[in-house]
Design a protein around this ligand. Structure first.
Ligand SMILES: [Fe+2]
Ligand SMILES: [Fe+2]
Length: 274
């Protein structure tokens, strides 16, 4: 089966790029499932019900979150209704929402798990121990197709998680930094990239107007982040192929610029032998 993973969608410019290009990509690559990170979809903070429906209408099947999962209160209703959107699994059990979901895709059960790193992030349970627990449970239920969104600041945490789980999961995609990295790899059947990068404005600071973050660094005082009204936009996603055993076979990163240019990077299966 062929799937796609989109990183942090930041505000209206991000949603516009999804609306403009996703349907065409779905058809061109014959995608069976599209997953995207929603944590900044509504003006940079969380997701409203309206924007959730808008993104679903553009062709996103399932959504993952992060530290901004709960910023818009509409999400509580979406969680309660059992919509296919999740929040990090290592938040306390009492936190609204769930940390993983299983979807039926082309007669196969596909699990999507969301986990948050520790470094500079809000307090949560140990992500590594939690993920070992969750993956063991999914495997015991016979689920082999497991896709993880690791929402974290530190590159090292994401690498360690990939090495820890790579024989049991199909893919691990990093989100949260909004800056895409160039280390896409398919290692022993696990597709990995440290950060997919944002979809939204690419000409300011991680998708938000550069004015407030600049003030914050120059004075130590900052205001509320805003999304630029006009900007140069980008749409970034990973397209990856999984075999019947849930192993990744090949992957491709696409960077689609609103000016029309498309850059791509491919990764084929490799092994380090350990
Ligand atoms: Fe984000
Ligand atoms: Fe985040």
């Amino acid at each position: 089966m062929r799937l796609a993973f989109i990183g942090d969608i930041v505000g209206k410019p991000g949603r516009e790029m999804i609306g403009r290009y996703l349907q065409e990509i779905r058809e061109k690559y014959r995608l069976d499932l599209v997953i995207a990170n929603y944590e900044n979809a509504s003006h940079g903070f969380g997701i409203t019900k309206k924007n959730y429906q808008e993104l679903r209408g553009y062709g996103i099947d399932a959504m993952t979150g992060g530290n901004h999962s709960w910023d818009k209160k509409d999400v509580f209703e979406l969680f309660n209704q059992g919509e296919p959107l999740i929040r990090p699994v290592n938040y306390p059990d009492k936190s609204p929402g769930r940390g993983w979901m299983v979807l039926e895709v082309a007669d196969t059960q596909v699990a999507i798990v969301n986990v948050m790193g520790n470094y500079t992030m809000p307090m949560s349970d140990n992500p590594f121990l939690k993920m070992q627990e969750v993956v063991a449970q999914l495997k015991s239920e016979g689920i082999k197709h497991i896709i993880v969104d690791m929402h974290a600041e530190a590159t090292s945490e994401k690498y360690v998680m990939m090495h820890l789980l790579r024989n049991d999961i199909s893919a691990l995609f990093g989100t949260h930094t909004h800056v895409g990295t160039d280390d896409l790899i398919v290692l022993d059947g696990c597709c990995y990239v440290t950060d997919v990068g944002l979809t939204g404005c690419r000409d300011n600071v991680i998708g938000v107007d550069k004015k407030i973050p600049t003030e914050r660094f120059l004075t130590g005082i900052g205001g509320h982040f805003d999304i630029p009204k006009q900007c140069r936009k980008i749409f970034q996603l990973i397209i990856f192929e999984l075999d019947g055993e849930g192993r990744a076979v090949e992957a491709q990163k696409l960077r689609i610029y609103e000016e029309g240019e498309i850059q791509s990077q491919t990764a084929k299966m490799e092994s380090f032998g350990f």
